[in-house]
Design a protein around this ligand. Structure first.
Ligand code: MLT
Length: 274
């Protein structure tokens, strides 16, 4: 993993947002949105691989990485509002959008409600369903566990679900980086995000209305948002593409960056924007 790229800051709505912004300002824009409880640096390899042809941007969702927490209760709607605000402040009228997991929940909400702001979509290791009662309860238990046992225990519990078993032998650098992202996320932000995730609305009902080119990527061994969730979305979105990434779990862009970037690049090339 390479370290921060250029770590810029900008005021968006009520908070300062931290972001990496690479490539030419004239090039087509692609914005990456990270998962929970991670940060923009999970996309460093994708930014490196795209920066010669695209303006590739990754930002920290509020309360994550180096973006402010703010004083408003988190929700996916609020995160979408931040995304649109971020694009407005940077004067980006339209962008390609790529979100992983929680970033995918934000992406789906954004494309379904503000379709005129996006030219193409990449959904990675995500789904369109809302939380079941059991999943909501699990999130509330996580909040209790964080209070009682701290963030190291959270990282210990999350890592086996975020990575494929074989990644523990092959991707130790990525695993340490992700652990660091988890343990440096503040407790108020973790709690706030867990409520936002538990309360999110489903976006499956509007999938058929998505008319822009759309690529779905999923790690073959993703336990959190498995390939069958990706296939279900693929079936509902006419003309979408689905690629299953081997040797990868939930963090497919980090675990098998070569395969992930290959499919991402092929999809982007077919858009013929460059
Ligand atoms: C994520 O990676 O963003 C989370 O696993 C999403 C979730 O817990 O639903």
């Amino acid at each position: 993993m390479k370290n921060a790229i250029n770590n810029l800051t900008i005021k968006v709505n009520d908070i300062i947002v931290s972001y990496n912004d690479t490539g030419s300002k004239e090039a087509p824009v692609i914005i990456f949105i990270h998962g929970f409880p991670l940060n923009k640096s999970m996309w460093n390899n994708q930014l490196e691989s795209l920066k010669d042809n695209y303006r590739a941007i990754a930002y920290d969702i509020r309360g994550h990485g180096e973006s402010d927490l703010g004083a408003i209760d988190f929700s996916i709607d609020l995160f979408v509002n931040d995304l649109l605000g971020f694009m407005d402040v940077l004067k980006i009228k339209k962008a390609i959008i790529c979100g992983l997991s929680m970033g995918g929940y934000i992406t789906l909400n954004a494309i379904e409600n503000y379709s005129d702001r996006f030219t193409a979509v990449i959904l990675s290791d995500t789904n369109c369903t809302s939380d079941s009662l059991e999943a909501k309860e699990k999130r509330m238990n996580t909040i209790i566990s964080i209070k009682e046992n701290g963030v190291e225990k959270l990282a210990y519990d999350l890592l086996p679900n975020l990575f494929a078993p074989e990644s523990f032998k092959t991707n130790s650098e990525e695993i340490s980086a992700v652990k660091q992202m988890i343990v440096t996320t503040t407790i108020p932000s973790l709690n706030n995000s867990l409520h936002a995730l538990a309360n999110r609305k489903e976006t499956c009902g509007k999938l058929a209305s998505i008319k822009v080119p759309l690529l779905i990527l999923v790690g073959k061994e993703d336990k959190i948002t498995p390939p069958k969730a990706a296939s279900a979305m693929h079936e509902k979105i006419k003309d979408s593409f689905l690629q299953v990434i081997p040797h990868a779990g939930h963090l497919s862009n980090m675990e098998n960056e070569r395969e992930f970037n290959k499919h991402l690049n092929n999809f982007l090339n077919d858009l013929k924007l460059i």
